[in-house]
Design a protein around this ligand. Structure first.
Ligand code: HEC
Length: 153
C-alpha cells in the first residue's frame, strides 16, 4: 500500500512538471508572436525608433503597391529606411546576429525596385516584401500576416 501510494505521488509530480513545461512554452510562444503586433505603444517609454520606422515602411509599401499596380515607377528613394541597421529596437535583444544580413537584403531589393524597368516593377516590388517576410520570420513573427497582404497577387 505504502509503495503504490509513493509511486502515485511520483507519477503525479511528473505530470505536474510536464504540464508546467507545456504551459511555459505556450505562453513563451504567445509572447513572441504578440511582440511587435500592435499599433499601440508597446512600452511605457513610447515606441522604438525601429518600430516607428517599420510603420512608415508599411505605409510606404501600401502607396508603392497602388502606384505599381498602375504601372508607375516610384520617384523618390526613401533614404530614411537606410537607417534600418542602426535604428534602436524596443528591446535590445530583438536584433539577433542575422539582423544585418536581412537588413542589407531588404535595402538591396528596395534599391533595385527604384531602378527597375517598368515590366519588372511587380516582381521587384514583391521581392522587397519577401525580404520583409524573411527577416520577420526570424525576428518578429507578429506582423507577418499583415506584411504578406502587401504582396501584389
Ligand atoms: C532586417 C529585419 C527586418 C526587415 C527587413 C523588416 N522588418 Fe519589420 N520589424 C523588424 C523588427 C526587429 C521589428 C520590431 C521592432 C521593435 O520591436 O522595436 C519590426 C517591426 C515591424 C512592425 C511592427 C511595428 C510596430 O507597430 O510596433 C511592422 C508592421 C513591420 N515591422 C513591417 C515590416 C515591413 C512592411 C517590412 C518591409 C517593407 C519590414 N517590416 C521589414 C525587423 C525587420
Amino acid at each position: 500500500m505504502a509503495l503504490s501510494l509513493n509511486r502515485f505521488f511520483v507519477i503525479l509530480s511528473f505530470v505536474c512538471v510536464a504540464l508546467f513545461l507545456v504551459q511555459c512554452k505556450q505562453s513563451g510562444e504567445k509572447k513572441e508572436a504578440e511582440k511587435c503586433t500592435s499599433n499601440k505603444p508597446l512600452n511605457p517609454n513610447g515606441d522604438s525608433e525601429l518600430a516607428l520606422m517599420m510603420r512608415n515602411m508599411v505605409h510606404s509599401s501600401e502607396s508603392l503597391k497602388e502606384l505599381i499596380k498602375q504601372g508607375k515607377l516610384p520617384d523618390q528613394f526613401p533614404e530614411e529606411f537606410l537607417k534600418i541597421h542602426t535604428a534602436k529596437p524596443t528591446d535590445s535583444n530583438t536584433k539577433k546576429a542575422s539582423f544585418d544580413g536581412y537588413a542589407t537584403n531588404y535595402i538591396l531589393n528596395l534599391q533595385s525596385l527604384y531602378k527597375s524597368p517598368k515590366d519588372q516593377l511587380t516582381t521587384n516590388y514583391n521581392a522587397v516584401i519577401s525580404a520583409c517576410v524573411s527577416c520577420h520570420t526570424e525576428h518578429c513573427p507578429g506582423p507577418l500576416k499583415k506584411i504578406k497582404q502587401l504582396t501584389i497577387e
